[in-house]
Design a protein around this ligand. Structure first.
Ligand code: HPA
Ligand code: ZN
Length: 326
């Protein structure tokens, strides 16, 4: 298997039903109603999914809860061939419940620091702002997070998309750039190409998360291609949230590849959308959407589009560094 980097996964979206039950027991809490339903959930749209996603977080209270959450993801990702992950977390979804930021960041960091020894992979954190909570709250959480500046490598923008344009977050993204942090943003998932333009022109992002609706604007496609701008596409997520046709065989990923775009495959929220990164590759392959050569191309793209040091990228691309140790 080619080494893979996963560049678009929300740690909160890796919270499994079994871990929800375990944490509810450990913290003496009720099981959240959204997690009591049996069988796979179906979602009408992004906001429909986000209601369950936020409700289930109630069981995450203590530092070790966050460590257990990250360890479960790292174990599963390493089994999928992931040698490096850049993991999103949503601090506001925890601080607004009264969980201190230090509990979240230190809990996740405890797992990430051990990842080379335990799972033969590396991982970093990208702190996301909840766009529906607005720019003032984003600035406030950014200020607070600066006490943990060495624990995350970048900032991102996620949550409810439509009506919350990237331009609102120009100030906090400019500060992050000045502070030497990487910048990514969700855009073109539910919203149209105009949010992708804003993310590029106003937030100065280095990757676009999703970006599938960029295809509606030929000028944008040309710009993304010319800049080699990575797009972190999540096929099972797009199907589950009805942002692409219900039949994965109709997913726009091969069109994006055909346009010469720098596409990667990722899982987004694997416990909600039917699978981890390897499951996404398997679904695409099974449906005849991509062939073996395209799989290898997508794997190489993921290494190139990551924020790993150039020397490690080169080693991974030449097959010299499949597994890491500290
Ligand atoms: N889109 C936007 N925000 C999110 C998502 C997503 O798929 N998952 C978690 N937060
Ligand atoms: Zn996402």
């Amino acid at each position: 298997m080619c080494p893979l980097a996963e560049l678009h996964v929300h740690i909160e979206g890796t919270l499994s039903h079994s871990l929800i039950r375990e944490l509810a027991r450990r913290n003496d809490l009720p099981i959240p109603p959204a997690a009591r339903r049996d069988g796979p959930s179906s979602f009408g749209c992004l906001d429909d999914f986000l209601r369950d996603y936020y409700a289930n977080l109630d069981v995450l209270r203590e530092r070790r809860d966050f460590t257990d959450l990250a360890n479960a993801y790292l174990k599963r990702a390493s089994q999928a061939g992931v040698v490096h992950a850049e993991i999103f977390f949503d601090p506001q979804s925890h601080t607004r419940r009264g969980v201190p930021l230090s509990t979240v960041i230190l809990g996740l960091s405890d797992a990430l620091e051990e990842a080379p020894d335990r799972f033969g992979m590396t991982a970093s954190l990208i702190m996301c702002f909840l766009r529906d909570r607005g720019p003032q709250e984003a600035c406030a959480i950014y200020d607070e997070a600066l006490a943990f500046r060495d624990r995350f490598i970048g900032v991102g923008l996620d949550s409810s998309e439509e009506g919350f344009p990237p331009s609102w977050f120009a100030g906090v993204f400019a500060r992050a750039k000045a502070d030497g942090l990487h910048r990514v943003a969700h855009a073109g998932e539910e919203s149209g190409p105009e949010y992708v333009w804003e993310a590029l022109d106003i937030l100065d992002v280095e990757r676009i998360d999703h970006g599938i609706r960029s295809l509606e604007d030929l000028e944008l496609v040309a710009r993304l291609k010319a800049e080699g701008m990575p797009l972190t596409v999540c096929p099972l997520s797009n199907v589950a949230l009805r942002n692409s046709p219900a039949d994965i065989a109709q997913h726009p990923l091969p069109v994006m590849l055909g346009e010469g775009l720098m596409v990667t495959v990722n899982s987004d929220d694997p416990e909600y959308f039917g699978g981890y990164i390897d499951d996404n590759f398997a679904a695409l392959t099974r449906a005849g959407v991509i062939d073996g050569a395209q799989c290898r191309q997508l794997a190489r793209n993921s290494i190139r589009a990551s924020f790993m040091p150039e020397a490690r990228k080169a080693a991974l691309l030449s097959g010299e560094d499949i597994r890491v140790s500290r």
